[in-house]
Design a binder for this molecule. Structure first.
Ligand SMILES: NC(=O)c1ccc[n+]([C@@H]2O[C@H](COP(=O)([O-])OP(=O)(O)OC[C@H]3O[C@@H](n4cnc5c(N)ncnc54)[C@H](OP(=O)(O)O)[C@@H]3O)[C@@H](O)[C@H]2O)c1
Length: 369
C-alpha cells in the first residue's frame, strides 16, 4: 500500500516554495511507488500571505488549508509532519512548539543555533515520540552514495584531506535581508556553512575507519562584511585524529564559486565533485600515476567521470521520500541524517562561532547566543 505523508509548512519563504515544488512532482518520475506527499496546510504570520501562497503554488485539488498563524498549523489534526522554513533564529522555538503539539518535524538547516538548543529538542522529540530531522537534502542525492562508495572502498588509498568550499555572490542586498541582518543570525557562516561542513562529515566523519569520532581540533577565522558587521566569509579547519586527516571548509556571501570546489585527497588519488555544493551532479576520480606522486606525475594519471543528473525538479524530493518512510515505519530519526550527525554539526558551529569571534557579533542581538 502507498503511504501518504501529510505535510504542513511553516512560512511562505523561498525554501518552502522550492521544497513544495519538488514534493508535488509525481513520485513515479523518480521510480518511487511506496510513498507519496500531500500538502495539507501552509501557515504564515499573515493570513493574506498564506492564502496568496496557496493560490499561487498549490493545485486546487489538494485543498491545502491556509493559516494566518503557525499555532493554528501545529494544532491541525490533518498535519502529520511540520516543515520549518523560517530564518535560523526562529527554528528553535518553532520546532519546540511543533513537538509540544506532538508533531513530527523536518527543520531547515542550520537546525538551531547552539548545541544546548539541539540537545533540548532531541530530548523533547524522544519524550514525545516524535520524528525529528534537520533538512540536509544533499545527503539524499544519489551522487553522494556513489561518491562515498568510491572513498570508503579504498580506491583513493588512505584519505588525508577533504577541502570544501561554498561561496555565493548575493550582490546588493537590503541590509534587513536575513543574509545580512545580525538579528536573524545573518552572514555566510550560518547560511552556507552547513554545506561546506557537510562534505567533511560525509567523507571523514562517516568513513568506517573513523568509528564516528568527532573532530578533535577546530580553528577558524572570518572576514567581516562592512555593510552590517556580519561575517562575509568564514574559513575553518578540523582534525580527524582517527583518520589522520584534516578538513578545510570555507564559505563567502560575496564571491562566486568555481565549478569544482569539493575535493577528497587520498594517498592514491583524488575525487572532485562538480556543481554547486548543495547539489553536485557528477564527480571525477583522478588516480595518481604512482602512490605519493609528485605534482608532475599527476599529468600521467588516469581519470574517470561519473554523472548523476537530477532528472526532475531540484532533487529535494528524495529527502521527502526518506522522511515519509521513516515516519511510516515509526522511526524517530532518519539514518542518513540522524541526530548524532546534527549534534556534530552543532558542536562544530559552536566552536567556529567562538573561535572566529562571531559569538561577540551575535551577543545581545540573537536570542540563545
Ligand atoms: N536547504 C536549502 O537549500 C536552503 C536554501 C535556502 C534557505 N534555507 C534555509 O531555510 C530557512 C529560510 O530561508 P529562506 O531563504 O526561505 O528565507 P526567506 O525567503 O526570507 O523566508 C523566510 C520566511 O520565514 C518567515 N519568518 C518568520 N519569522 C520571520 C522573521 N522574524 N523575519 C523574517 N521572516 C520570518 C516568513 O514567512 P511568513 O511571513 O509567511 O511567516 C518568511 O517568508 C533558513 O534557515 C535558511 O538557511 C535552506
Amino acid at each position: 500500500m502507498v503511504f501518504t505523508l501529510r505535510w504542513g509548512f511553516i512560512s511562505t519563504g523561498g525554501i518552502v516554495e522550492r521544497m513544495i515544488k519538488d514534493l508535488l512532482l509525481p513520485p513515479s518520475d523518480r521510480d518511487v511507488s511506496d510513498v507519496q506527499h500531500q500538502i495539507v496546510a501552509v501557515a504564515s504570520r499573515s493570513k493574506e500571505k498564506a492564502v496568496k501562497f496557496v493560490e499561487a503554488h498549490l493545485p486546487k485539488r489538494m485543498e491545502t488549508q491556509a493559516f494566518g498563524s503557525y499555532e493554528e498549523l501545529y494544532s491541525c489534526p490533518e498535519v502529520n509532519v511540520v516543515y520549518v522554513g523560517t530564518p535560523h533564529p526562529q527554528h528553535y522555538q518553532n520546532v519546540k512548539d511543533a513537538l509540544l503539539h506532538s508533531k513530527n518535524v523536518l527543520c531547515e538547516k542550520p537546525f538551531v543555533l547552539t548545541s544546548a538548543q539541539s540537545d533540548e529538542l532531541f530530548a523533547l522529540a524522544e519524550k514525545n515520540g516524535c520524528f525529528l530531522m534537520e533538512a540536509v537534502w544533499t545527503r539524499y542525492q544519489p551522487v553522494v552514495a556513489a561518491a562515498q562508495r568510491v572513498v570508503f572502498g579504498g580506491a583513493l588509498g588512505a584519505i588525508k584531506r577533504v577541502d570544501s568550499r561554498f561561496d555565493k555572490d548575493f550582490g546588493d542586498l537590503d541590509h534587513a535581508h536575513r543574509m545580512l541582518n545580525p538579528t536573524l543570525a545573518g552572514g555566510a557562516f550560518y547560511d552556507l556553512g552547513p554545506y561546506a561542513l557537510l562534505w567533511s562529515t560525509l567523507f571523514l566523519y562517516q568513513h568506517p575507519e573513523n568509528e564516528q569520532e568527532f573532530p578533535t581540533e577546530i580553528k577558524a577565522t572570518m572576514r567581516i562584511d562592512k555593510r552590517t558587521g556580519v561575517d562575509a566569509a568564514m574559513t575553518w579547519v578540523m582534525l580527524y585524529e582517527n583518520m589522520g586527516a584534516t578538513a578545510s571548509c570555507s564559505v563567502a556571501l560575496d564571491t562566486p564559486t568555481p565549478d569544482s570546489c569539493i575535493v577528497v585527497t587520498g594517498t592514491l588519488g583524488t575525487l572532485t565533485l562538480h556543481g554547486a555544493s548543495p547539489y553536485p551532479s557528477s564527480f571525477t576520480v583522478h588516480l595518481f600515476a604512482k602512490p605519493q606522486s609528485t605534482t608532475s606525475s599527476l599529468a600521467e594519471a588516469s581519470s574517470t567521470t561519473s554523472s548523476y543528473p537530477i532528472k526532475s525538479g531540484r532533487g529535494m524530493h528524495w529527502q521527502g521520500d526518506a522522511v515519509a518512510r521513516a515516519i511510516r515505519d515509526g522511526k524517530l530519526e532518519e539514518e542518513k541524517c540522524n541526530w548524532k550527525d546534527t549534534k556534530l554539526a552543532q558542536m562544530v558551529f559552536d566552536e567556529v562561532r567562538k573561535r572566529s569571534g562571531l559569538d561577540a557579533i551575535y551577543k545581545g542581538k540573537v536570542e540563545g547566543i
